[in-house]
Ligand binder design. Structure first.
Ligand SMILES: NC(=O)c1ccc[n+]([C@@H]2O[C@H](COP(=O)([O-])OP(=O)(O)OC[C@H]3O[C@@H](n4cnc5c(N)ncnc54)[C@H](O)[C@@H]3O)[C@@H](O)[C@H]2O)c1
Length: 257
């Protein structure tokens, strides 16, 4: 049987920032399962390398590399290493973020330095990663960028005000970048996941907070990292080539817009 090229990610190189842990690790494993070449780029270099080793042990192709997305030199070095190993970068999943390590607290208790750090990772990181990978996409005449925002933007969830604000910024960034790079054949879209039971998120949440997470969702159950994979892969594949600047909400039907 001939594979439908619209949904075929075989041999495509995908850079997944924050690919060493949490939801990013699941994206890395799932892209490897469909034959993509995976670059797991994470500030936790050991986790990124462990993800890559596990993929290679299963016969896939992967590179794990320590990367600080808020640092231009680190991001550039990651892109060069990816190109040296795989030749092109076809897909960028801007997934790295400061989230699970942030205390949930009133906006008045957020230190200014922490506010700035969240913006540096969650927004400057997108800018730097796009800047580093777009030249390879431009050369090929196509490319796919998927930015991870949050359904907190639709709900206005408090107690991590800097985080929610940064994820709203991701949507503006997505829309404007779509115009900037559309003529190059590159699409830029975003998803807004609902509260998702990633290993990192579970570790940083109280029992009560966790227990409330199925409430209000049309699907009537909590959300798992695997629930996000279909939307991310669709936006990474040719099937979404005429969609750009869009944001898809994936939260089991809680926020509807
Ligand atoms: N889990 C949820 O409930 C949820 C909900 C909505 C959106 N999201 C978003 O989904 C994505 C993944 O979420 P998660 O639960 O896995 O979160 P997470 O807190 O585990 O963070 C993601 C990863 O980013 C890495 N990272 C942090 N700073 C970095 C930096 N400067 N450079 C490179 N990597 C860095 C971390 O090491 C981690 O592996 C994030 O963008 C998050 O904001 C998560």
């Amino acid at each position: 049987m001939i594979a439908n090229p619209r949904f075929d990610l075989q041999g495509q190189t995908v850079v997944i920032t924050g690919g060493g842990k949490g939801i990013g690790k699941i994206y890395a494993q799932e892209f490897a399962k469909v034959g993509a070449h995976v670059v797991a780029a994470d500030i936790d270099g050991e986790s990124a390398e462990a993800v890559a080793h596990a993929i290679e042990a299963e016969g896939g192709k992967a590179l794990g590399i320590r990367t600080d997305v808020s640092d231009a030199a680190s991001v550039e070095a990651m892109a060069q290493a990816a190109l040296a190993r795989f030749g092109t970068i076809d897909i960028l999943i801007n997934n790295a973020s400061l989230m699970s390590t942030l205390p949930r607290r009133s906006w008045l208790e957020i230190p200014v330095e922490e506010w700035d750090q969240v913006m540096a990772v969650n927004l400057r990181g997108l800018f730097l990663c796009c800047r580093a990978v777009v030249p390879s996409m431009r050369e090929k005449g196509r490319g796919k960028i998927v930015n991870i925002s949050s359904s907190r933007v639709w709900e206005g969830v408090p107690n991590r005000l800097h985080y929610t604000t940064s994820k709203a910024g991701v949507i503006g960034f997505t829309r404007a970048m779509a115009h900037e790079v559309g003529p190059l054949g590159i699409t830029v879209n975003a998803i807004t996941p609902g509260y998702t039971l990633s290993d990192t998120q579970v570790q940083s949440s109280s029992g009560n907070y966790l227990a409330a997470q199925a409430e209000g969702r049309a699907m009537g159950r909590a959300q798992y990292p695997e629930d996000l994979v279909g939307a991310v892969m669709f936006l990474s594949s040719q099937a979404s080539d005429y969609m750009t600047g869009q944001t898809i909400n994936v939260d089991g039907g809680k926020a509807m817009h």
